[in-house]
Design a protein around this ligand. Structure first.
Ligand code: ZN
Length: 251
């Protein structure tokens, strides 16, 4: 079983009646329910308002993939928790950053660039084009699919060169965007996926749910967690014998 923690800042969902109407139990609940349709995935949710934002050490130790949605409260996420998430990603926990999480502390920290982009909120049509039909994240999808209403994000997107570019979006207004990108940081696999503005029902869309389920399986790398401990290996514990009397060692 792949263990997923879905995290959301849970602010719009509480304050904005339009968002509440679409996601009455919060965006995190909708995302978790979509993922749980896959029998190989078990989910839990965590929100900004929980103690330690719902992400104490024990929770991250039991998380194969962390899904992150945030927008207006990035600055309220504690640096201690961001440090902890970063260490877990380095050790092999997967991270899926959604939509406005491009500006989250954890995403910009791990990627190391500004991660800025252009945007417009006009409820326009978005087409998502699959760039790599052989990648695990794009399985079960048509070559192109449509979201009738979304916020526009456009290039230039200030990210490091992706290791895989999986989706490009085109928008009604003409802009294009690298909507699905992967990177590796340490042993951790990172996937950024663009759609998911809070005032549209994007996370109910069957193709979007398929991408997220695929992404969870791709990002799960639980068997190869890296140790963080740095060890001195004494001479007598070296895997092969070191001859301290040889000319090579004593010049
Ligand atoms: Zn948005």
């Amino acid at each position: 079983m792949t263990r997923v923690t879905v995290w959301s800042e849970n602010v719009h969902d509480q304050k904005d009646s339009a968002v509440k109407a679409i996601y009455p139990e919060g965006m995190h609940a909708c995302l978790a329910q979509g993922l749980a349709e896959d029998r190989g995935i078990i989910t839990r949710t965590a929100v900004l308002q929980d103690p330690e934002h719902g992400l104490p050490e024990e929770t991250l130790e039991q998380t194969d993939v962390l899904v992150w949605w945030g927008h207006m409260a990035h600055a309220e996420v504690s640096d201690t928790v961001v440090d902890r998430i970063q260490r877990h990603v380095w050790e092999g926990m997967g991270l899926i950053a959604l939509h406005s999480a491009h500006f989250s502390k954890i995403f910009t920290r791990l990627l190391g660039t500004r991660c800025s982009l252009i945007y417009r909120e006009a409820g326009e049509r978005e087409l998502l084009w699959v760039c790599n039909p052989s990648h695990p994240i794009t399985q079960g999808l048509p070559p192109c699919f449509e979201l009738p209403h979304e916020e526009m994000y456009g290039e230039p997107f200030a990210i490091p060169e992706p290791e895989s570019l999986l989706f490009i979006s085109s928008f009604e207004g003409g802009e294009v965007f690298r909507s699905g990108c992967t990177w590796t940081r340490g042993a951790g696999r990172i996937f950024y996926f663009r759609p998911g503005h809070e005032t549209y029902p994007t996370y109910y869309d069957p193709n979007i749910k398929q991408v997220l389920k695929n992404a969870v399986h791709w990002a799960s790398n639980a068997t190869t967690r890296w140790p963080t401990r740095l060890e001195n290996i004494p001479i007598d514990k070296a895997p092969r014998k070191i001859d301290l009397h040889s000319t090579a060692n004593h010049g």
